[in-house]
Design a protein around this ligand. Structure first.
Ligand code: ASN
Length: 308
C-alpha cells in the first residue's frame, strides 16, 4: 500500500523541487538544441499494435479497446522510423512502460515508467548520430552549469565541462577489461562520458543494423556516464530492408505475425536511418548527482513497488 504521509512529504520535498526545476531547464535546452538543428517535434504514442519487443521484459503491457489489442509503448522505435516519411529529422519526449523484474528495484536507475528523448534522422549513419549526441550532451551540461549554478551548489554537485569527441570503447574491449557485467564498472572508472560501440547481435533487438562487413556485430552505440551513473543513451543505425528485418526477427525467435503491420509498412519502404533514445530521468539524476532516480521523478514507480 501507499503510505500517504510519506508520499506527500516526498512531493513537497525541497530535493524534488530542485530536481524538477533542473529538469525543466534540461528539457528546454534539449528542445532548443534540436529545433536549432532543424528537427521537428512529434507527439508521443502511448498505445499501438506494435512496440519495441525488448524481449527481456516478460510481462507485456497490453490494453484492449473495441476488441483490438494494443501494446503499451516500450519504445517508439518503429514509429520513429515511420515518422521519417513525414519529416527528415524528428524527436519526441516519449513515455515508455517497461515492466522490469523486481530485482531491479534498488539499482537507483530503474523505473517501470519513464520518459526518453527519442530521435531519428533519415539517411544518417552512426558517426553523425554520435556527433549529434555529443554536441547535445555537452551543450546541455554547459548550459545547466551556467544557469543553475546556485541550485547545483545547494546540492553540492560539481559538474565538469565535457569536451567532445568522447572516447569510444568496443563491446569486446569492455568485456575483456571488466567482464560480462561491465556497464557499472566501466562507468565508475570513467571521468568523462564514453561511447560503447559494436554490440554483438545477440545482445540487442532486431532493429539495430548489422555491419555487413562484420557479421554478428551491430552498428550501434550507448553513451555511458562517468562516475558510476551507467547508461545515458542508446541507439544506432537501423535495419530498413524487409528481408533483413524478417531474418533478424526470425533469429530472435519472434513470430513474424506479431510484426505483421510493421512488416507490411516496411515492405513499402523505410528510409535508412539512425537515432537514439536518451533517458530523461537518468539525465536529471546525473546532473543532480543523486543516487536514487525516485528523487528526480514525481510519481516514481520502481520495479515491484506499487505507486501512484
Ligand atoms: N530508443 C532506443 C533507440 O532509439 C530504443 C529503445 O529505447 N529500446 O534505439
Amino acid at each position: 500500500m501507499i503510505d500517504i504521509d510519506k508520499y506527500l512529504e516526498q512531493l513537497k520535498s525541497p530535493r524534488l523541487q530542485l530536481a524538477i526545476s533542473i529538469q525543466t531547464r534540461l528539457i528546454t535546452y534539449i528542445r532548443e538544441f534540436l529545433l536549432e538543428a532543424s528537427f521537428k517535434e512529434i507527439l508521443p504514442v502511448i498505445i499501438s499494435p506494435v512496440t519495441d519487443p525488448l524481449t527481456d521484459y516478460r510481462v507485456r503491457g497490453e490494453v484492449e479497446c473495441y476488441g483490438f489489442k494494443y501494446q503499451i509503448t516500450k519504445s517508439m522505435i518503429f514509429h520513429k522510423q515511420l515518422a521519417l516519411h513525414t519529416a527528415p529529422r524528428i524527436f519526441c519526449f516519449s513515455p515508455n512502460v517497461r515492466i522490469e523484474t523486481a530485482d531491479r528495484q534498488n539499482t537507483g536507475r530503474h523505473l517501470i515508467e519513464f520518459v526518453q528523448l527519442d530521435l531519428e534522422i533519415r539517411q544518417a549513419n552512426r558517426e553523425e548520430i554520435i556527433k549529434l549526441g555529443e554536441g547535445l550532451f555537452s551543450t546541455v551540461i554547459s548550459r545547466i552549469k551556467q544557469d543553475a549554478w546556485a541550485d547545483l551548489k545547494t546540492i553540492k554537485r560539481e559538474l565538469p565541462y565535457f569536451e567532445p569527441p568522447f572516447k569510444k570503447i568496443t563491446y569486446e574491449q569492455a568485456v575483456k577489461t571488466y567482464g560480462q557485467n561491465f556497464e557499472l564498472k566501466l562507468s565508475e572508472e570513467l571521468s568523462e562520458p564514453a561511447w560503447l560501440i559494436d554490440f554483438p547481435l545477440e545482445e540487442r533487438e532486431f532493429y539495430d543494423r548489422q555491419d555487413e562487413t562484420r557479421p554478428g556485430t551491430l552498428v550501434d552505440m550507448d553513451l555511458i556516464y562517468p562516475g558510476g551513473y551507467g547508461e545515458a543513451l542508446s541507439g544506432g543505425e537501423r535495419e530498413y530492408e524487409l528481408e533483413k528485418i524478417k531474418s533478424r526477427i526470425r533469429l530472435k525467435g519472434i513470430d513474424l505475425d506479431s510484426y505483421d503491420l510493421y512488416l507490411k509498412l516496411a515492405e513499402r519502404g523505410l528510409y535508412p536511418s539512425a537515432g537514439f533514445g536518451f533517458g530523461l530521468e537518468r539525465l536529471t539524476r546525473f546532473v543532480c548527482g543523486f543516487q536514487d532516480i525516485a528523487d528526480v521523478r514525481l510519481f516514481a514507480k520502481k520495479p515491484g513497488v506499487y505507486g501512484l
